[in-house]
Design a protein. Structure first.
Length: 180
């Protein structure tokens, strides 16, 4: 049995900074941080720790895919993620500087991989909290594929209910922080 790991980078990172804003006392609750887009920019996601936490031991991970927006040319973020073992897919932001294509590509890749590389007994782990993923999760589960979602406690109710299991990251906030 192996794990196929899919990570929505911006989603887990930005929402992690909202959780960190609450944890550091910048806001009275996470929802205030989310609604006001209040972030603790001192919190940095450690991809290696996320890989190990969500994916399990390296020998158990058949694929680890990280999706996000194209960084500035001097940004070493994606290079570091590749060294850890992630396949990295990036997209340019649109003219309004909004992230596009990420969720759609994660869904398409999960479904494609479920036919091309997933073997009987393998499981899928998704690190994201959007309800946009619910139809894909339901389709995979209908085929007997376990889909585990790992995200912050304030993930959508729909994704929590659709997943085979849901693991909250909140209690691991400091563990997932890259100390620089």
């Amino acid at each position: 049995m192996a794990n196929l790991l899919y990570v929505d980078n911006s989603n887990v990172w930005i929402e992690g900074m909202h959780v960190a804003a609450f944890a550091s006392g910048m806001v009275p609750d996470v929802w205030t941080a989310v609604k006001g887009n209040i972030c603790d920019h001192n919190w940095k996601l450690d991809f290696g720790k996320l890989f190990e936490f969500a994916g399990g031991e390296r020998k158990e991970v058949r694929k680890a895919a990280l999706f996000g927006s194209r960084p500035p040319k001097n940004d070493s973020l994606w290079v570091a993620a590749k060294k850890i073992g992630f396949e990295v897919t990036t997209y340019d932001r649109n003219v309004a500087n909004a992230e596009k294509k990420i969720d759609t590509d994660i869904v398409a890749t999960m479904i494609e991989d479920s036919y091309e590389i997933l073997q009987p007994g393998d499981e899928v782990t998704l690190v994201s909290g959007d309800s946009d993923y619910v139809p894909a999760i339901e389709k995979l589960k209908k085929r007997g594929i376990a889909v585990h979602v790992v995200f912050w406690k304030h993930a959508s109710r729909e994704i929590k209910e659709a997943a085979t299991s849901f693991t909250e990251l909140d209690q691991y906030l400091e563990h997932l922080n890259r100390k620089s």
